[in-house]
Design a binder for this molecule. Sequence first.
Ligand code: HEC
Length: 209
Amino acid sequence: MNTMEINKIVAGVICAVLLVVVVGKIGGALVHPDELEAPVYPFSEDLMAGASATTAAAPAAPAGPEPILAMLASADLAEGEKVFKKCASCHDVEKGGPNKTGPNLYGIVGAAFAHKSDFSYSDGMANHGSNWGFEELNEFLYKPRDYIDGTKMSFGGLKKASDRAAVIAWLNTKSDNPLPLPDPAEAAATEQGAAEEAAAPAEGEAAAQ
Ligand code: HEC
């Protein structure tokens, strides 16, 4: 191959590249696609996650954690023990075990708030009163700081309902007196009733429009 031929090939390639660039510029100048301000189709995370269309059409879920009562009886205890690894840096859970950054949690399900007399709780926790039932734990573990004002527990929370159900069911086994797990059918009915009550005002508003 002589130099002349190589020059021709190089020139050909350069011309082709130039042509693509020039045509692209002209095209861009002629057509101004309007960017949409918002997606036409309302994507929700549920939809992205492959949930059914019925969930998307349902009225907005009330703020706060998804209920877990109906999930407890079938919760995966091995999974709960795994989830507890997130807590174990601060909490011991064995009977007679020490307090760490957080109080020992043996027997916590059903116990009084601030159940350890030898742990220095935040005022919010110490003055809360009442007992740690499944629902209280569900709310607290969803977002500790929202549930107890000024809590010392610096933990973001467990956003997945199945994680909360699993760890709460597992904690319940770490006890001299585990609480009876709620009957799933009854719990589902109660939770459904509560959800409908919470959604009722929203439906009323929609009807008034
Ligand atoms: C960074 C440390 C830390 C982590 C991680 C943590 N906790 Fe705590 N936890 C605390 C502290 C500190 C308190 C005391 C809070 C207060 O006094 O307000 C507490 C309090 C609690 C209480 C109330 C105890 C009582 O006696 O009333 C429960 C229940 C609890 N934690 C469960 C958990 C669970 C379950 C996890 C994991 C999902 C977890 N915590 C993760 C530090 C932690």
